[in-house]
Design a binder for this molecule. Structure first.
Ligand code: BGC
Length: 778
């Protein structure tokens, strides 16, 4: 098919806010929708109303909340805490089913940026402070979405770890930190799950806009990692479209109306047409990929403007029905089983809440008089604000669910806007006084967490903490249930609670899920994917976040989250990986078997030693125990969520590869494994290691090239260099009999300097030695 220059230019920019541009009847417009934890299907301004049902929408200035109802699954902060990639995959597939039903071709998610600071306003959309966990969970979501032929768009590439000044700020980060912390999740997802699309970030990375960064979008993403999909911009992230196209950005979203400038740039020789060919080709390829999916009636689902076609939708549903899929439409939204998806949202929410502390009050024993307190029990906070905001198909509150199950008393206790209300407080304290247990719902106010700005404190609203104190005085046992998308501080109040259940933002079925956990029909099984620090000042990036004058320095380097706390031994409120269940688990029988060069199989047994069925999240860390740390003390390299009946055991098997031991070497420009010992740690959190085994790696054989500026020590440690140098120095004055301190001093001196330091080495001799080493290696 021959496209004109104008057509090619038009393909590389959107045809509207939520769709790509159609070209004649050969390339259809594709619909793109947020993402990540539910489908936010909006009408394009160019779409006439009625093409997508907007019932249930609530208007807002930016129009973010005006969308068709869809299941609001637990946001990534919660889903990540499930540590269950299988579950994440099922949620991904459900997202794709809804996307298909709503005429959406590409879901704008998952978001896989690393939680560098707990203050990042968008942390609720991200999985973890750890790249391995983020990569595994993100890949599962992508695989789930794409299993039904809908495209996933991994975002925001890269180093978008704050909202402050996000459209301009330069994330200034060193190469090793970039490679080890901020890129591996993207790399893993690209390599393992093959996303159809990647969304570039708004921010600059080391001074260059991500949308214009050729190394990032082309050399690394495609060249090194083999990405074969499309790169689109974040909404409005393109500043210079010619530069962006040249860097490898294929699709600008939404359109800026600059197609003519692109055509002119090609005509004037400022942009090679071949660049446009490649980008337009990738848009066409994406269209081919998503059009090929079963149930997507090619070319019929939408017209040129990307509008839903009612006839095509009916045909699509009929096809689903023929395939035996249940397309019951109990809530009137069409195309998927609304009840089944709500149930999946409840299962995911149940798997995601983290029981931080429990003196035995949970699960609530039958027959107790239970007071439910806190407005958030009645008015749940279940998602954050911004582009991920979903209009849910229904909404469960914990209060209704608890009421239906056991009959409880209730008092709201505080106002959602944080204003003091002594009357509400008094009523709540009285209600607590008449109960055996008070279940108090606390959390961040709705307006505190959003895309577009960061938080400034980890604290809960003061009125809520004051209420807790008074409730604890009135009632002997208080269970605190938290609702927050970013970590909140528990220091200073948690001693008043017998149990704390961290409920994050759990999506539309979170209320019912919390009731399941409080009542013990299910055991909690979520684990922290981020450290809860004691104080904000303990957060490693505290002094750098969120930067100033257009720059944010990643001065803490690789020491993010537990990598910092566990290396320094800082006291934390709750460590990474922590979470209690209603049972207990024992670990035994650690075996590390070598299966190849720098490949091992780690095996151990997990046993449920308690009296209830529950799930354990067994975690595998690789540790380097150094007196003077030169790298994070340990890093997560594997995990397994194991469900066990009381008394039952399971043998867990986790692979370990060379990459799990490797560090990024700036000198080499690649990964490097140093020979030597390391420790395989297996445990229930980063601070609860139960089994350890010391293993030795032979390294990867890499030896840095020797030059005249390599030190005497480096020369002597080098297998060839050491030999040739010793031969050369045999009998040289001052070599034998040197005292130890002098020798140590000498070891740090570059070899070439010895032309004046008396080993009898001339510049020529050093050159000869360098050449001799090179010869031996070639
Ligand atoms: C967000 C993206 C989102 C896009 C479209 C941007 O503001 O950063 O995550 O996908 O809007 O809504």
């Amino acid at each position: 098919m021959k496209l004109t220059l104008e057509e090619k230019a038009s393909l590389t920019s959107g045809g509207g806010t939520w769709h790509t541009t159609a070209v004649r009847d050969v390339v259809p417009a594709l619909t793109l929708s947020d993402g990540p934890h539910g489908i936010r299907r909006q009408r394009d301004p160019s779409e006439p109303s009625g093409s997508a049902d907007s019932s249930g929408s609530s208007g807002d200035a930016l129009g973010l909340r005006d969308s068709v109802p869809a299941t609001c699954f637990p946001p990534a902060v919660a889903l990540g805490s499930s540590w269950d990639p299988g579950l994440a995959g099922r949620v991904g597939a459900a997202l794709a089913r809804e996307a298909g039903a709503l005429g959406v071709d590409v879901v704008l998610g998952p978001g896989v940026n690393i939680k560098r600071s707990p203050l990042c306003g968008r942390n609720f959309e991200y999985f973890s402070e750890d790249p391995h966990l983020t990569g595994v969970m993100g890949a599962a979501v992508v695989t789930g979405i794409q299993s039904l032929g809908v495209g996933a768009c991994v975002k925001h590439f890269a180093v978008n770890n704050q909202e402050t000044d996000r459209m301009r700020v330069s994330a200034d980060v060193d190469e090793q930190t970039l490679r080890e912390i901020y890129l591996p999740a993207f790399e893993h997802i690209v390599r393992e799950a093959g996303p159809y699309a990647v969304m570039c970030a708004y921010n600059r990375v080391n001074g260059v806009y991500a949308s214009q960064y050729r190394w990032l979008l082309t050399e690394l993403l495609r060249g090194e990692w083999g990405f074969d999909g499309l790169v689109m911009s974040d909404w409005g992230a393109v500043n210079d479209r010619v530069a962006a196209l040249e860097a490898g950005l294929d699709l600008e979203m939404p359109p800026t109306g600059t197609d003519e400038e692109i055509v002119a740039a090609v005509r004037a020789g400022r942009l090679p047409e071949s660049v446009l060919d490649v980008a337009a080709g990738r848009v066409i390829r994406l269209a081919e990929r998503v059009r090929a999916r079963p149930g997507r009636l090619a070319g019929r689902v939408r017209d040129r403007a990307g509008r839903l076609d009612a006839q095509a939708e009916q045909a699509e549903q009929a096809e689903h029905a023929e395939q035996g899929e249940q397309v019951g439409d109990r809530a009137g939204h069409g195309g998927w089983d609304v009840e089944a998806h709500h149930e999946l949202a409840r299962e995911a929410a149940r798997a995601s809440a983290v029981l931080l502390k429990n003196d035995g009050v949970l699960p609530l024993a039958p027959g107790l008089r239970v007071a439910v307190l806190g407005e958030q029990a009645r008015t749940p906070r279940y998602q954050g604000h911004g582009s991920s905001h979903v209009v849910p198909t229904r909404l469960d509150s914990a209060l209704d669910s608890l009421r239906a199950a056991i009959g409880v008393t209730f008092a709201p206790g505080y106002r959602l806007d944080g204003a003091p209300d002594p009357e509400l407080e008094r009523e709540a304290v009285e209600t607590a006084a008449a109960a055996d247990v008070a279940v108090l719902f606390l959390g961040l106010p709705d307006a505190a967490e959003s895309e577009g700005f960061d938080r400034t404190t980890l604290d809960l609203p003061a009125v809520q903490v004051a209420l807790l104190r008074r409730v604890a005085d009135a009632c002997p046992r208080v269970v605190v249930v938290l609702s927050n998308g970013g970590v909140v501080s528990v220091a200073g109040w948690q001693e008043h609670a017998s149990a704390v259940l961290e409920g994050w933002l759990l999506g539309q079925a979170g209320g019912a899920a919390l009731a399941d956990l409080l009542l013990g029909t299910h055991s909690p099984s979520g684990r922290l994917t981020e450290t809860i620090p004691l104080r904000l000042a303990d957060v490693p990036c505290h002094l750098h976040f969120p930067g100033s004058d257009g720059h944010v320095l990643y001065g803490e380097g690789r020491y993010v989250g537990y990598r910092h706390h566990d290396t320094l031994g800082t006291e934390v409120a709750y460590p990474f990986g922590h979470g209690l269940t209603y049972s207990s688990f024992a670990y035994s029988g650690l075996e590390v078997r070598e299966t190849g060069t720098n490949e091992w199989l780690v095996q151990f047994t997990v046993t449920n030693t308690g009296e209830r069925a529950a799930q354990e999240v067994a975690q595998l860390y690789v540790a380097f125990e150094e007196e003077r740390p030169t790298r994070p003390r340990h890093t997560l390299r594997g995990f397994a969520k194991v469900g066990l009946e009381p008394g039952a055991s399971e043998r867990v098997r986790l692979p370990l590869t060379g990459r799990d031991l490797a560090q990024w070497s700036v000198e080499r420009g690649g990964w490097r494994i140093d020979p030597g010992p390391f420790v395989v740690e297996v445990g229930a959190s980063s601070r609860d290691i139960r089994l350890r085994a010391e293993v030795t790696t032979p390294g990867d054989g890499y030896v840095a090239e020797l030059t005249g500026m390599s030190t005497l020590g480096e020369w002597l440690a080098h297998p060839v260099g050491g030999r040739v140098l010793k031969e050369r120095l045999r009998g040289a004055p001052g070599v034998s009999g040197a005292d130890p301190a002098l020798l140590r001093l000498a070891l740090g001196i570059p070899l070439i300097k010895f032309r004046t330091f008396g080993l009898g080495l001339t510049a020529q001799a050093v050159n000869d030695l360098v050449a001799a080493v090179r010869r031996a290696h070639s």
